[in-house]
Design a protein around this ligand. Structure first.
Ligand code: SF4
Length: 489
């Protein structure tokens, strides 16, 4: 059994070291020494190879692991950016051949250069990716992501509802986005403990220097407030050495605190040399020996973000302060009206009950529509009706019924199961619109149907199935489902 699987099974705290696989031989040699050491402050340490986060010239996670001799404990990332099911299966086959069976499945952040309004780039979403990976690797260790650093009800609620789907789809553990707000770490643990099938969670951590904070402020989904940056700058003004020591102490303290909160481990990034690892280890041992409880830790964590005469640090963005359990949003009148109208139209034409729907269903299942000019004409009709109304991209398998009539193709990444981690106060990572999943959350809430957003796993659409009418497929799907039900009876 792998080090990670064993640690998670036994409830033993574990450290995952994130490696951005780069070509540099010197960097690889240093990382090899860290990986060979295999522990941090007495906890097992194993490498994770990230996917499509750095430069285009970076290696793939597989090549990165290969460059370090394929350590069997490796956790490989798979990012769904501009990927299809076949890409995931290929990676799994190659991993299997090398004895690697641990995957962290991520939808991925925005592809560099992808702008709103351009030809859509589609993402293999983490929920169907997890289902696929689970089907092909029943005994694999599979992880997924959760970003609890959300400060509006819609985006926070939608994150947790999607995380429930990830658990249903087969995730063995969740890894949190990088964050520094301890209240949100505690909130995420409370949420997980309330789940019927609670799983272990890892939290991403990093030594936060002023320079890194400036860069991370631009990374979607990571919350760095101005007051945090202000304090880091004051520390730097004392001296770079002082700032470095304080940020390392905070990282050590955060790791100790996450263990006290009940996290199964940490996913450490930004650590590149053995010297840095050993310095962190010393700092962890010092903190661990002197903090006995979470309340004592909380006081010390607060103090670690203070300096004489410096303004207080706040981890919450100015414009949002939502906490789990607070419920005060509802769909707007327009959103409710649109939902009601569309569900009535849907019922009339697509429910298969009533003469109109049955007649429409009968006509759509004629072989005539399968290909050729008739198929093209039907595609054009569906697109003409639905594009102006819903933003439909004629994906070939309509998912509107499960998405409260918000077309998933209006999400710039085409996500159907819920938001990615990149929203900021309900705004889409692309910055040009409100996140469609926040709108969907409001509508589902007002319709009293929030559980649908946690329980209905929506399949992905393969490129080859796009650009055709979804109507014949819709009725054929219902037909084959009823036939299977009849056979079972
Ligand atoms: S057919 Fe696909 S693209 Fe069109 S509305 Fe339905 S889900 Fe959206």
């Amino acid at each position: 059994m792998s080090v990670l699987k064993q640690a998670l099974n036994e409830g033993r705290f574990v450290c995952v070291l994130e490696i951005i696989p780069q070509q540099s031989t010197a960097r690889l040699a240093t990382l090899e020494r860290i990986v060979q050491r295999g522990h941090l402050a007495g906890w097992p340490l194993l490498p994770a190879f990230s996917d499509r986060v750095g430069l285009r010239s970076d290696l793939s996670p597989l090549a990165g692991a290969g460059a370090l001799g394929d350590p069997a404990s490796s956790l490989l990332h798979f990012s769904g950016k501009d990927r299809e099911r076949a890409d995931l299966l290929l990676q799994m086959e190659a991993m299997q051949a090398r004895g690697l069976r641990q995957l962290l499945l991520l939808s991925g952040d925005r592809l560099p250069g992808h702008r709103p309004g351009q030809a859509p780039v589609r993402y293999l979403e983490s929920v169907p990716a997890l289902q696929l990976a689970r089907a092909h690797g029943p005994d694999w260790l599979l992880g997924a992501a959760l970003n609890p650093f959300k400060y509006r009800e819609e985006e926070g609620g939608a994150q947790y509802l999607k995380a429930q789907k990830k658990l249903l789809a087969g995730a063995d553990f969740l890894t949190l986005q990088l964050g520094f707000d301890a209240a949100k770490h505690i909130e995420a643990q409370a949420w997980m403990r309330a789940q019927a099938c609670a799983k272990p969670m890892l939290a991403c951590v990093m030594q936060l220097t002023g320079k890194r904070a400036a860069a991370l402020q631009k990374v979607p989904g990571i919350v760095i407030t101005e007051s945090m940056r202000g304090l880091l700058e004051r520390e730097r003004q004392v001296s770079p050495a002082y700032a470095g020591a304080r940020s390392r102490e905070r990282l050590a303290l955060q790791i100790v605190g996450l263990q006290l909160m009940g996290y199964a481990g940490v996913h450490v990034s930004g650590l590149h040399t053995l010297d840095e690892l050993q310095a962190l280890e010393r700092a962890i041992c010092k903190q661990r020996d002197s903090v006995a409880s979470l309340s004592a830790w909380t006081e010390r964590w607060q103090a670690s973000w203070e300096m004489p005469d410096a303004p207080g640090v706040c981890f919450t963005p100015d414009a949002g302060a939502w906490k789990m359990g607070q419920s005060n949003v509802a769909a707007t009148r327009r959103e409710r009206l649109k939902y009601t109208l569309l569900s009535k139209v849907h019922g009339r034409f697509f429910s298969r009950t009533g003469w109109l729907s049955q007649a429409f269903g009968w006509s759509m299942t004629r072989p005539l529509w399968q290909d050729g000019i008739a198929a093209q004409a039907l595609h054009a009709v569906e697109r003409t009706i639905k594009r102006p109304l819903l933003g439909c991209d004629t994906c070939g398998r309509c998912r509107l019924q499960d998405t409260f009539y918000i077309c998933p193709e209006t999400c710039p990444k085409g996500l159907a199961n819920g938001p990615c981690g990149g929203t900021h106060l309900n705004r889409c990572e692309f910055g040009d619109r409100e996140c469609v999943h926040s709108v969907k959350y409001r509508i589902a809430k007002s319709a009293g149907q929030l559980p649908v957003l946690a329980l209905t796993l929506i399949p992905d659409i393969e490129a080859g199935h796009r650009r055709r009418s979804s109507w014949p497929e819709w009725f054929a799907r219902v037909d084959s489902t009823s036939r299977q039900a009849c056979k079972r009876r």
